[in-house]
Design a protein around this ligand. Structure first.
Ligand code: IMP
Ligand code: MG
Length: 172
């Protein structure tokens, strides 16, 4: 599979640091509960959490919205739930990428029902041209064109998550 670097490691690093500073400013005097959407957001979560300067707690959930390949199934399923309650917490959902928006819309609504004190969304990447439903993303790392991307946690068929940069898959 041919890959083309879209966002190099240094650019991601600089942007995630900025996002961490923005979160720190917005939550000054509070602590923040980061909810990582597995698996794709694991790298972003690790870097973002270390760039946040207010106290942080973490939890993890997993959803599946894609089967094999690069087409959405349109169906969102919670495959691993959180360990702890969200009640009264200032929560940020940490996601790798917003594509159609279906995953985050589903997550946002189901997490809101758990009565957090506040609920925001951070996504490393967004493909605005692909949106099917409106979802308000509070912190966006980079807006990208409609290309299928891998690396920095994102995969195609579970591969390439370990790349330290974001690359677009070049169609043959
Ligand atoms: P949505 O529900 O269509 O917004 O899709 C969100 C999920 O699809 C993300 O959490 C990713 O797991 C996956 N996804 C969407 N676009 C890409 C991509 O370009 N590369 C890898 N995964 C993607
Ligand atoms: Mg994902």
């Amino acid at each position: 599979m041919d890959l083309e670097v879209l966002i190099p490691e240094e650019k991601i690093k600089a942007r995630v640091s900025e996002m961490g500073r923005a979160v720190s400013a917005d939550y000054r005097g509070k602590s923040v509960h980061l909810v990582c959407v597995l698996k794709g957001a694991y790298t972003f979560l690790a870097d973002l959490a270390r760039a946040v300067e207010v106290p942080v707690t973490l939890d993890f959930l997993a959803v599946s919205s894609y089967g094999k390949g690069t087409k959405t199934s349109g169906e969102v399923r919670l495959t691993k739930d959180l360990d702890s309650s969200l009640e009264g917490k200032d929560v940020i959902v940490v996601e790798d990428i917003v594509d159609t928006g279906l995953t985050l819309l589903y997550l946002f609504n189901s997490l809101l029902a758990r009565k957090p004190a506040s609920l925001k969304i951070a996504a490393l990447l967004s493909k605005p041209s692909r949106r099917l439903v409106e979802v308000s993303v509070d912190y966006v790392g980079f807006e990208i064109p409609d290309r299928f991307v891998v690396g920095y946690g994102l995969d195609v068929d579970q591969k390439f998550r370990n790349l330290p940069y974001i690359a677009a898959v070049v169609s043959p």
